[in-house]
Design a protein around this ligand. Structure first.
Ligand code: KG4
Ligand code: ZN
Length: 356
């Protein structure tokens, strides 16, 4: 049972083919179902502008998507006629970018007479750690840290997500990107800032740990960026100072994220933490969470590194799980097979999936 996954919510065109019969069989590891995946990143396209330009993103998705589908089908040695469903990112994301993936998915599904399944982008991220060699079992606490979101969720089962806390302003990835820009680093800032921080000296600059003692599971990162701005104005910013500021910033973000994860684990009584989203690729965050897990007696699970940032595999996988759920419950399949229309949801609350 082959499910094609299409991701076009922002600046990566991602496509993957997932075999549910292989990956979702009793006792199988979910990663076994991932037959092929491919990604085209638009980083170079947006580099000159210091951030994603929505119209350019949409146009590039149009150029890349169909060839990428051919690449993936070719790598898997499979024909589209074998597809059981097409899953696509329905939201949240850039409206025009989402429309490219949604329209291709809906057309292909209509032509083949199979379901088109709209997937919540964050659900894709949330489930991606199940594609690790040692996948976690439900229930778990999930830390979603991407360019657009910073949330702690309790994940009880597929589609059962309860929000525990979230950022009140900037997302962690956004804070990385904005701070990187202040330090003159290219877009996207997260990996570049992490690289710069490696040569930085710990403790030279002090930055706040926003909301670390707020007693809840919420976050705030916009003040940190402002604190960095003040630092860069007060200091002569030679190469070493820039590295030291990067280091101070990264340590502050990591401290807050780790403290809130520990608090979420304690509050939930669960012993598994799953980390998803682009910032989950950060090596300092991973090391600190692993250490916290070892000390606190909870397991920490990540997706494979290449599936931390946006990708088609997580959408194909979430689509396969959703397809199986529809088949088991006997509901939703006819709905998803209806021709003639599709929706995208640029803004879409993940918690609403549980209420649906
Ligand atoms: O999940 P993702 O690919 O896209 C969104 O859905 O937002 O996350 C992208 C974010 C960007 O803000 C990027 O700077 C950040 O993840 N990021 C990192 C690292 N790699 C990516 N942040 C810190 N350290 C990294 N190594
Ligand atoms: Zn994402």
């Amino acid at each position: 049972m082959f499910v094609l996954g299409i991701e076009t919510s922002c600046d990566e065109t991602g496509v993957a083919l997932y075999d549910a019969a292989r990956g979702l069989a009793q006792g199988a590891r979910p990663i076994a179902g991932l037959l092929a995946h491919a990604l085209h990143s638009q980083i170079e396209l947006h580099d000159d502008y210091g951030g994603v330009v929505p119209e350019l993103a949409s146009r590039d998705h149009i150029r890349r998507l169909l060839p990428l589908i051919e690449v993936v089908m070719g790598r898997a040695g499979a024909d589209v006629k074998r597809l059981a469903a097409v899953a696509y990112t329905e939201g949240p994301g850039l409206a025009g970018a989402l429309l490219v993936g949604a329209s291709v998915a809906a057309s292909l599904a209509f032509a083949l007479g199979i379901p088109a399944i709209g997937i919540h982008h964050l659900e894709g991220h949330l489930l991606s750690p199940l594609l690790a060699p040692e996948p976690p079992r439900f229930p778990f606490v999930a830390l979603l840290v991407s360019g657009g979101h910073t949330q702690l969720m309790r994940v009880s089962a597929l589609g059962e997500y309860a929000l525990l806390g979230e950022t009140q302003d900037d997302a962690a990835g956004e804070a990385f990107d904005k701070t990187a820009k202040l330090l003159g680093l290219p877009y996207p800032g997260g990996p570049a800032l992490a690289q710069l921080a490696r040569g930085g000296q710990s403790g030279r600059f002090q930055l706040p740990r926003p909301m670390i003692a707020s007693g809840d599971l919420d976050f705030s990162f916009s003040g940190l960026k402002t604190a960095v701005l003040l630092l860069t104005r007060q200091q002569a910013m030679d190469a070493q100072a820039r590295a030291d500021v990067a280091r101070a910033f990264e340590e502050a973000v990591v401290d807050v994220l780790v403290a809130k994860c520990i608090a979420a684990i304690e509050a939930s009584g669960l012993d598994r933490l799953v980390v998803a989203g682009g910032v989950g690729a950060n090596a300092r965050l991973r090391a600190a969470l692993d250490a916290a897990g070892a000390a606190g007696g909870f397991g920490v699970h990540y997706p494979p590194l290449e599936l931390c940032t946006d990708n088609g595999a997580m959408i194909a996988f979430a689509g396969a799980l959703r397809l199986r759920q529809m088949q088991d419950s006997g509901s939703g399949i006819e709905e998803s097979r209806k021709p003639g229309g599709f929706t995208v949801r640029p803004r879409w609350d993940l918690g609403s999936l549980s209420r649906a």
